[in-house]
Design a binder for this molecule. Structure first.
Ligand code: NI
Length: 218
C-alpha cells in the first residue's frame, strides 16, 4: 500500500485501513518519566499509535522512553531543544536547533525525525522555509485540548470526544494528559477511530511536503 519509513518496526500498510476513520494523537514537550510511559502503556493495551513532539533537552535523560516509542510503532517528532519559538530566532538557528534535537533523538532510538511542531504553534514564511531546508514537515493541530491551562482530565477527555472528527490532529502534553490518555484512548478505539501517527495520517491522505505546516488531513 504505502510505506512509512520513519516509524517503528510494524509495517503500517498491514494495519491501517484507509477506508476507516483515523486520527493522530500528539504529545508535546516530553518525554516525561511517569507520564509518557503511562501514555505508551495505554496505546499498547488498546492498539493505538501516537506522535511525540519532544524537546531535545528531555531526550537523553529519557532515552529508554524514546526507544520504547519506536519499538511500539509510535513516531518521534522534534519540538526544538528548549521550546525555542522559531519566529524569534534566525533561520540558521532554526536549522541548528532542529538538527541538534534530531541528533539527540536519533542517538537515543536510531530513528531521525522528519516531523516537527513549532513551539507555541508560532511560525512565519521564513521560519517554515528553514524547517523545509532540513527536509522536515510541520504539524499544527485541529483540536487543542488546552490541557496545560485547565489541567483537568475530564475537560481534556470531553474536549476530544465532543469535537473529534476523521483526519484530526489532537494536541496534548505528556505531563498533563497521562490520565486523560488512559480514558480517551479506549473510547476513541471503541468509536472506530484508528490511532495513527502524523506521518501515517499524511501518507494515507495525500502526503506531506517539507516546509509546509498541516492542521488536519480530511
Ligand atoms: Ni510545546
Amino acid at each position: 500500500m504505502y510505506s512509512v519509513k520513519n516509524v517503528g518496526t510494524e509495517p503500517a500498510g498491514l494495519r491501517i485501513d484507509s477506508s476507516r476513520p483515523m486520527i493522530a494523537l500528539t504529545f508535546d514537550d516530553g518525554p516525561v518519566a511517569g507520564c509518557t510511559d503511562r501514555i505508551l502503556a495505554a496505546l499498547e493495551m488498546y492498539g493505538g499509535k501516537a506522535t511525540f513532539f519532544m524537546l531535545g533537552m528531555n531526550v537523553q535523560p529519557n532515552a529508554e522512553l524514546v526507544k520504547r516509542m519506536v519499538a511500539d510503532g509510535c513516531e518521534v517528532g522534534n519540538h526544538m531543544w528548549n521550546h525555542e519559538y522559531i519566529t524569534k530566532i534566525s533561520a540558521d538557528a532554526v536549522r541548528d536547533i532542529l538538527n541538534r534535537t534530531n541528533d539527540a533523538i536519533e542517538s537515543a532510538c536510531g530513528v531521525r525525525p522528519i516531523v516537527m511542531r513549532p513551539p507555541g504553534g508560532n511560525r512565519d514564511d521564513a521560519s517554515m522555509a528553514a524547517v523545509g531546508s532540513v527536509g522536515m514537515s510541520a504539524y499544527h493541530w485541529q483540536i487543542d485540548t488546552r490541557d496545560w491551562e485547565h489541567r483537568n482530565t475530564q475537560k481534556t477527555v470531553a474536549t476530544i470526544l465532543d469535537y473529534v472528527r476523521d483526519g484530526d490532529i489532537i494536541l496534548m502534553h505528556d505531563i498533563h494528559s497521562a490520565e486523560a490518555s488512559e480514558q480517551v484512548i479506549p473510547e476513541l478505539i471503541n468509536r472506530g477511530y484508528q490511532l495513527v501517527t502524523v506521518s501515517e495520517l499524511a501518507e494515507a491522505r495525500g502526503g506531506a511536503v517539507p516546509g509546509v505546516i498541516y492542521h488536519s488531513f480530511k
